[in-house]
Design a protein around this ligand. Structure first.
Ligand code: SF4
Length: 375
């Protein structure tokens, strides 16, 4: 990867509410050889409007709501998914289809529909030309599978982002997952100019304005570890209601992170309206062959549970062991207070998209047995 060299170093992603999730373990920028400009600073507080979605509504059965939802307006897809999360835990799966291939999209959607509650369909960092998020969401949802639309800021300015958010609201996606995104230098298109008109926190606010149920990610194990919980609270103040907890090394680190976020929320409430509980979706690494193991290793600042990869890759039947390991970890994460679901996370090597989607569906079905009380 070619790294940025600048006399006066600034954030290559022009972030206001940094740092991104790609800070190296030694504090180095993921794009440049310099130290990340945010890693030694206080957390940048959200300075925009506190959206009306910070309202803790009771669930329909009268119990306290756990998910903040926009009070008005709200997209029908977002309202339906928020209600589902209130009623039970959910299984989300990454979407492994080939980019710009509607046949592959349909195949993978068909394999996952009926097993996973929703798919997290974002832009693949390895494929820089993709269907637009709203068109991709339309294709997937037409097969009967809810979409949490992954949405990044690297290739779109504010106006293009607003157009996509309007399109996603019209499609009726379950949620919009707001990320800053990889820099173009770390993807496969260094010839493209990075845009980064907004960052994940800014686009979370904009997505809430468009009535979406807003999802964001946070990486508890990525520097600055001491500020990751605070940063998530600022994303919530901007409009987020769902929080994907990236691979942090197992159930215990996820539990500690949720507890820390709750402490930061209480600290932040002084002088403000009460912050409702976030719905946490814990990421579960999925490895079912050596190709998917390689892809997982390419994730930035990845932390896996001790012995997780060794258990799978050392097994006689890697596929069966990978499915069993993902179900075991999912079931462990689902026992944690505050965890509203799991996200089966990973991807296939080229040409194995359907194979990987089928594995995700088998894991989702296994996890669902527990959720529905039959496991
Ligand atoms: S690590 Fe991310 S947030 Fe930090 S300077 Fe680099 S691009 Fe910006």
């Amino acid at each position: 990867m070619e790294r940025v060299q600048e006399a006066v170093f600034s954030c290559p992603k022009s972030m206001t509410y940094g740092p991104c999730g790609g800070v190296e373990f030694d504090g180095t920028c993921e794009v440049s050889e310099h130290r990340c400009v945010f890693v030694d600073r206080e957390t940048v507080a959200w300075r925009g409007p506190m959206p009306v979605l910070l309202v803790d509504r009771p669930a329909s059965d009268g119990s306290p709501g756990v998910v903040a939802v926009p009070s008005d307006p709200v997209s029908p897809g977002g309202a339906e998914f928020a209600q589902l999360i209130r009623s039970r835990q959910v299984v989300v799966a990454d979407f492994p289809a080939k980019a710009v291939d509607r046949v592959s999209l349909a195949e993978c959607a068909d394999l996952l529909a009926g097993s996973a509650d929703a798919t997290l369909a974002g832009d693949s960092g390895a494929h820089r030309v993709q269907f637009s998020p709203s068109y991709r969401a339309q294709l997937i949802q037409s097969r009967g599978l809810r979409v949490i639309a992954g949405f990044n800021c690297r290739d779109r300015n504010r106006v293009a982002i607003e157009g996509e958010l309007a399109g996603l609201a019209d499609v009726g996606v379950a949620a919009v997952h707001c990320v800053t995104g990889d820099h173009t230098l770390t993807g496969s298109r260094p010839d493209a100019k990075p845009v980064f008109d907004l960052d994940s926190t800014g686009v979370a606010s904009l997505a809430a304005e468009y009535g979406h149920l807003v999802s964001v990610g946070e990486s508890p194990a990525t520097p600055p570890v001491a500020h990751r919980a605070e940063r998530l609270v600022e994303k919530q103040r901007a409009g987020a209601a769902l929080a994907f907890v990236n691979h942090a090394g197992g159930a215990a680190p996820v539990a500690r992170f949720i507890a820390e976020v709750r402490e930061r929320q209480v600290e932040r409430e002084h002088g403000e309206a009460r912050l409702p509980g976030l719905a946490y979706i814990a990421c579960v690494p999925v490895v079912v062959d050596r190709g998917s193991a390689e892809l997982l290793r390419s994730f930035t600042t990845l932390v896996l549970p001790d012995g997780y990869l060794e258990r799978i890759l050392g097994a006689r039947d890697v596929y069966a062991e990978g499915i069993a390991a993902a179900i075991d970890l999912s079931n462990e994460l689902l026992t944690l207070d505050g965890v509203s679901g799991v996200n089966l996370s990973g991807g296939p090597e080229d040409g194995r998209e359907s194979f990987f989607a089928e594995a995700l569906a088998r894991i989702a079905s296994g996890v669902s047995l527990r959720i529905h009380g039959a496991g």
